[in-house]
Design a binder for this molecule. Structure first.
Ligand code: URA
Ligand code: URA
Length: 233
């Protein structure tokens, strides 16, 4: 009994509930555990379940948190397996993604599909999203304000999915998530961490379309990803 109660209390603590009221009998937990009376109280019906991707996406309906909403056709939240072991994070939607509301469906996306195929993975197994959910005009780099309003949603997506590994595609995603100014050539090919999750930066497929010689490096990076996914089950 005590052990079970301890577990329940630890769960509540994980949800940010630090104390329970001991002055109102019916709110007491079913166990003789003494808890210091503090400011916080346990509200009936507090929802401790981790939020789902659908709930996070619902919060973005008609999002007007930054100026990108004005030129947006469709917000591009993300696609794939909500329990994916691997999440791939790009920069922001381009023209075709904005039209369809799906990430990486243009020419760069088709190359990404081929990279996944070479890794013996497909879109249904992984989760694909971007740091920024709406298309910047002329595909310009997103501004610090746009990043500040959008990145928390990526963080929440990653908390909901809890992948084993993250791959960032291109300079923008790597430098933003790693809070780094290092060039891609130095970031790629090595394991980093985002929110406690191992992260491998690699080149963006759009960069590979312009610079096919980079494909060799991307394949080296992805081999490390496959190794970690398959060898450390
Ligand atoms: N480039 C990106 O970074 N993301 C997309 O979704 C499409 C192109
Ligand atoms: N520079 C970029 O912006 N992206 C890449 O993927 C590589 C170099």
């Amino acid at each position: 009994m005590i052990t079970q109660c301890k577990g329940v209390l630890q769960d509540l603590q994980t949800c940010g509930i630090e104390s329970l009221p001991i002055d109102s009998g019916d709110a007491l937990p079913l166990c003789p555990v003494s808890i210091e009376p503090q400011s916080g109280t346990l509200q009936p019906g507090v929802d401790c379940r981790p939020e789902t991707l659908a709930e996070i996406e619902a919060e973005l309906t008609d999002c007007k948190r930054c100026a990108l909403c004005h030129g947006r056709n469709k917000l591009v939240f993300g696609v794939g397996n909500p329990h994916a072991q691997l999440v791939l994070v790009g920069e922001a939607p381009g023209r075709e993604e904005d039209r369809q509301g799906v990430p990486f469906v243009g020419e760069a996306g088709q190359l990404l599909d081929r990279i996944l195929f070479a890794m013996k993975l497909d879109r249904e197994q992984v989760y694909i999203c971007n740091v920024i959910k709406c298309r910047p005009p002329q595909n310009r780099d997103p501004s610090p304000e746009e990043i500040a309003s959008c990145e928390p949603f990526l963080q929440r997506q990653l908390t909901a999915i809890r992948p084993r590994l993250i791959v960032t595609l291109g300079r923008f995603a790597a430098q933003t998530l790693l809070r780094s100014q290092e060039p891609m050539g130095r970031l790629r090919g090595h394991w980093h961490e985002y929110q406690g999750i191992p992260l491998m930066p690699t080149y963006h497929p759009a960069y590979l379309l312009r610079t096919p010689s980079g494909k060799r490096d991307v394949w080296e990076d992805m081999k490390q990803v496959i190794h970690r996914l398959r060898e450390e089950q």
